[in-house]
Design a protein around this ligand. Structure first.
Ligand SMILES: [Zn+2]
Length: 449
């Protein structure tokens, strides 16, 4: 597939899309209503433009559907007895977990994309791969398990161990690759240092780190790559798409040409539209918008035009020199639209504060809090935890930090010190901010799915 012409990719994508829409219309009342409302004739040879007339579906739509006809709603085409795997979203938004079951055929198809990422990242069958994503009803771990089996890697599921025991196992088994989110990679770096583990020396076979698409400070990938002597590969995926479908190629995150990394979307597996939320139109090459996804292989449990809430920057298939015919999104910049905090009239993204707080490299973790004081003023405070032993002039640093945050974000915050080890650490989902202004949603989080 990666050697096809762009025109062939688009042709195949459209054929798969028409098949999907016809099946969804015939088999699911939920989707039939939405397709009919868009005035789309499922039997016609419609194009992408007419498909985009279908209103995008949100988490709220899925939750309402499954509540009206439990447990899965009217969105299913498949018979319940054909379901082999139930998946739930993580529900960190506090409004409930969507249920996305898979048929046996979909379960196999779900695992079809990771071989691209393994191969592009330099992982071969037989390699030992540490997987740190939780194994339960959430998509990430389940998908990795099946993908690892299909591709033939030796998967080590270490999610249940603490960081120390994970590192011991990584040294003991001389692993080739690690799969973890950026925050957890940082955690492992800190604990490795405490244990006297030098990754280059003690894990000489570790060559690739696979990490999730979320935002990270610009210096971060090259720092980890240098520190550990590894290639860093990034993915993007959602539960609604039953897994990952966009990955960096051999160029990785820290590209030799210095340009921002691109995640190539496997366009024949998942259709990814990038939509300007203001106009509802597709954005142009290089512009930002919301990722709206349609997994083309999910014909038994369809998902048509799911609005992810993820803000991404779209690029066409010519961006990367590797010549693959897939469109893409820029890595390291993916944020949640609903993460955005409005503070004293200013739009503030947690990633902007991460960038400032972590750029000096003295801070190990921080927690932010927004509240309204008795006088009705919006207050923001961040508590920072310094790296152990690293910093002598802490009060001076906090003053500097406060000034840098104010100048780069336009929002004044107070900065206080937190005791070593007192702030929460994150294995998987990062939640550094508490917004006490809203009672219905206490936590502003990074990744919803
Ligand atoms: Zn490429």
């Amino acid at each position: 597939l990666e050697k096809l012409d762009r025109a062939d990719v688009e042709g195949l994508q459209l054929r798969l899309l028409r098949r999907l829409v016809r099946g969804a219309h015939a088999g699911s009342p939920f989707w039939r209503r939405r397709i009919d409302a868009a005035g789309l004739d499922p039997q016609s040879d419609f194009d992408l433009e007419s498909f985009s007339a279908i209103e995008s579906v949100t988490k709220h739509d899925f939750l309402a559907d499954q509540e009206a006809s439990p447990p899965f709603g009217e969105k299913l085409v498949t018979r319940p007895e054909d379901i082999v795997q139930i998946m739930e979203t993580s529900g960190t938004s506090g409004i409930g977990q969507e249920r996305h079951p898979l048929s046996g055929r979909e379960y196999e198809a779900m695992a079809a994309t990771w071989p691209y990422q393994f191969y592009w990242g330099g992982t071969l069958p037989g390699h030992r791969v540490v997987m740190t994503l939780p194994m339960g009803l959430q998509c990430g771990g389940l998908m990795l398990k099946r993908a690892g089996e299909k591709y033939g890697v030796n998967s080590l599921f270490l999610a249940a161990m603490d960081a120390r025991r994970k590192l011991e196992a990584m040294v003991r088994y001389q692993v080739d690759a690690l799969i973890a989110v950026p925050t957890y990679i940082n955690r492992l770096r800190i604990v490795a240092a405490e244990m006297g583990i030098d990754v280059r020396r003690d894990m000489p076979r570790l060559k690739t780190v696979y990490t999730a698409a979320e935002s990270y400070p610009e210096f971060w990938p090259s720092e980890v790559a240098e520190d550990w002597g590894v290639h860093i590969s990034e993915w993007y995926g959602t539960t609604q798409a039953a897994g990952n479908h966009a990955f960096t190629c051999e160029e990785g995150i820290a590209r030799p040409d210095g340009r921002p990394p691109v995640l190539h979307n496997i366009d024949t597996h998942v259709l990814m539209e990038v939509i300007d939320p203001a106009t509802g139109r597709h954005v142009a090459d290089g512009e930002e918008g919301e990722a709206v996804i349609t997994p083309l292989f999910k014909t038994d449990n369809p998902v048509l035009r799911f609005a992810t809430g993820d803000k991404v920057r779209f690029v066409g298939h010519r961006y990367c020199g590797c010549g693959r015919p897939f469109s893409g999104i820029i890595g390291g910049t993916i944020q949640r639209y609903d993460d955005m905090m409005k503070i004293r009239g200013t739009n503030l993204w947690p990633a902007a504060i991460d960038e400032v707080v972590f750029s000096g490299r003295e801070v190990e973790e921080y927690a932010g809090r927004v509240w309204v004081d008795d006088a009705g003023r919006e207050k923001v405070e961040i508590a920072v935890e310094f790296k152990t032993g690293a910093v002598a002039n802490r009060s001076e640093l906090m003053v500097k930090l406060k000034a840098r945050i104010a100048s780069s974000t336009g929002v004044k915050m107070s900065v206080v010190e937190a005791a070593s080890g007192s702030l929460p650490r994150f294995d998987f989902k990062v939640r550094r901010w508490t917004d006490e202004r809203r009672k219905d949603r206490q936590v502003v989080k990074y990744l919803a799915n």
